[in-house]
Ligand binder design. Sequence first.
Ligand code: 1HN
Length: 351
Amino acid sequence: MSQAALSNEQTSQLQALYDEMRPACLSPLWEVLASLVTPEPSSAVVAHKWSYDDARHYLMRAGDLISAAQAERRVLILENPGLPGASRITNSLYGGLQLILPGEVAPCHRHTQCALRFVMEGEGAFTAVDGEKAFMRPFDLVLTPGGQWHDHGNPSDRPMIWLDGLDIPTVSHFDASFSERLGCDAHPETVPPGDTSSRYGHNLRPMRGSIADRRPSHQPLFHYPYAEWRSALDRLAQAGEPDPHLGHALEFTNPADGGSIMPTILAHVRLLPKGFSSRSRRSTDASIYVVVEGAGRAWLNDAPMPLATRDIMVVPSWTRLRFEADDTLVLFGYSDRACQEKLNLYREENA
Ligand code: 1HN
């Protein structure tokens, strides 16, 4: 509503009108316009950090009480404190910590939602995508793109824990969710582990239309091993100065088109050299960060957030953010930037 004050008489007559029209499913725009169309992003999402050890404690307790098969997926949702009960870490994205104990399986299913897995702990469990196993190590990134069958298994002798990042709220927003179970624990093995990385992981792809071109053409690659991204980051750091706002930063790309890993989610890693202080920036993509290595702090709208290894932090849209690295700080991050760019919504401001 504009600033011009309403008379008491007007207010009470309007209120009577609102009461009368409510059963007809009509309501006045002028009462809500300012909160619908804000001059800049205004979010219910709040900044928050989960300490890995605290979350792990509860996850292991859940592990004592329910099996992965019983739960279908044994996951603790990282629920944004500003969105209680909404099963989301930001308004568009979901985050959770999944535990799979030695010998367990998480049965095969597929759904519209796109998922990433970022390994927090353990080695030797696998995610199988369309019947191809990707054996996972700490800080590997594994994708289960929308529509592709996936199951998990842990043949190792240690618990395996990873961060799940999905676009569940985005898909819900469009009421476009489909899912189905395969009806057995594991998809029959289709190819040996590593087959997709051999075919699509070296800036080359099987000739389109040839019999070797067997993966979905829009989303072929699904394993981005830590050993590869970490050494790429090191080589980038040795090659030049850090970007003043981002440090040394690399986006994970989809080899099909050079764009983001999945249509709704962009993921990246960055390295901030010891002693580096980034300049402040803000962007419209609320982001989730995992501290892979090192220690330091983030400043969110001038409030400090200490960072230690394996901490998980969520930063709301349009929050001024900068980092200080006490030790070489390595971060993994994911956000809905890929989706916002497609909708021409993405904006950033570098101070
Ligand atoms: C899912 O498919 C997985 O496959 C994990 O590991 C978490 C949360 C909601 C919907 C689907 C998985 C999920 C999920």
